[in-house]
Design a protein around this ligand. Structure first.
Ligand SMILES: [Zn+2]
Length: 152
């Protein structure tokens, strides 16, 4: 799956990630973190500008629509199954145990995704263990979510 070219004016976040990876390739991890943070910031801003689903039903439709799109993009069944478990838990307004959606890791070299524990070497590109970036659950609600309740 390829999106716009890294130099496309519509993809500032991709340009930032491209530059961050280039810095990491030369060992400049501390400088790269700035670009990773700005890319994340850019994605948050873009997401907010697009508007968020307001009702529980809208949120569920959005999640249901993402699953076939992710499957078409080559996302593994373990990840898709975990997303579905998360979707159902959110729909039922219940907490989902960590065992049902374990920590998730992304290979910073090639984008491979792994659940629970990253393998010693990336199975897709052979990158070393330090290549894996862990994504943990958010520890608190966003400021918007704290002031808003999901409506049926
Ligand atoms: Zn990899």
């Amino acid at each position: 799956m390829r999106g716009p070219a890294p130099d496309s004016p519509q993809s500032l976040s991709r340009r930032l990630i491209h530059a961050a990876r280039a810095l990491e390739t030369s060992g400049s991890y501390n400088a790269a973190k700035l670009l990773w943070a700005l890319a994340y910031s850019e994605e948050i801003r873009g997401s907010a500008a697009a508007g968020e689903p307001v009702t529980r039903a809208e949120r569920d439709r959005e999640l249901q629509a993402l699953i076939p799109a992710l499957r078409a993009a080559g996302t593994g069944e373990a990840i898709l199954s975990a997303i579905e478990r998360g979707r159902l838990a959110a729909l039922e307004d219940r907490t989902i145990p960590l065992e049902e959606i374990p920590p998730v890791y992304v290979c910073r070299t090639c984008g491979q995704v792994a659940l629970s524990r990253p393998p010693e070497r990336c199975p897709a590109c052979g990158a070393r263990p330090l290549s894996w970036r862990e994504f943990r659950r958010s520890t608190s609600s966003s400021p918007c979510a704290r002031t808003r309740r999901w409506r049926a």
